[in-house]
Design a protein around this ligand. Sequence first.
Ligand code: BGC
Length: 360
Amino acid sequence: MGLKKFLASALLGATVISLGACGTSDSSGSGENGTIGIAMPSKALERWEKDGDYMVEQLEGNGYSTDIQYAQDSVPTQVSQIENMITKGVDVIVIASIDGEALTDVVSKAQDQDIPVIAYDRLIMNADGIDYYCTFDNFQVGVLQGQYIVDSLDLENEVGPFNIELFGGAPDDNNARFFFDGAMSILQPYIDSGKLVVKSGQTDFNKIAIKNWDGATAQARMDNLLSASYTDATVDAVLAPNDAVAMGIVSSLKGVGYGSSDRPMPIITGQDAEAASVKSIISDGQTMTVFKNTQELADVAARMVDQIIKGEEVEVNDTETYNNNVKNVPTYLLEPVAVDKDNYQEILIDSGYLTASDVE
Ligand code: BGC
């Protein structure tokens, strides 16, 4: 191999390695209207990649260049990625935070440089420099999950009691409590009346929260619940906050024989319409998911960016729900949709969000 070729391939190798190591994927558009920094949490979940890809597409289509970074769920990595964006002098930063409590300092650095910041999907707490927030109605996500359980078990008419176990999302993600509170707004009355029984007795958010939304952690917790409380009882429903957690729960239940004709799967909720979960729904593993069209959310973020840069009024539809301990952050909320075996075709496939082969 000649020196030139060697250097070229070494360089290529180095680039590939650094892409893998940092989860960085710089991209660029024409940039005539400015440069937008996008800080995403990780590629571990399909949704964040879709969110990122759509946002880049929208922004570049509108004449912006983009600098998109994924942080592998590492808070220090995310902080330094945002610091780099500030040093580079980007015009707006869009952040889907890993830990909503950990970005106060870096957001205040952006504010010092007059760089507007949009919190994407997850609110950033204790930061005056958050200008806007775009997300789905997080409380409503939980309501859809809770209501699905109520309807599936027909709690209005059945006498019960039915056994349920509760799981929550990452404790450092502000959304996780909204999801849980929304679900409990529906489920709590049935728990109070005894129609739903949490045999483990674990109902406190801090007890049921799953760090990093990690499926393996959820699986381990479900294993423990099954061996401690269900050796001679059946689980009828599991409140799972998202698809990653739900898939861990499904594995655990399958491991002890659920999912057969004499021992059907309990009702298991989810969120995100990840392809693996939709497959599981089709094959009677997980029962439902909550679909949040990330394309729509990316569109909202891109529109906010454009309105900020052009000095236009930024369109929001909620100025009361999301307080980050410093202020009510002006928010644009989108509606989530419940999806199960009966409507996945129409909502996910016919709409083009997933392809039929994604879920085969
Ligand atoms: C998002 C969910 C996602 C979870 C884990 C939440 O903040 O709203 O869509 O499942 O994070 O990444």
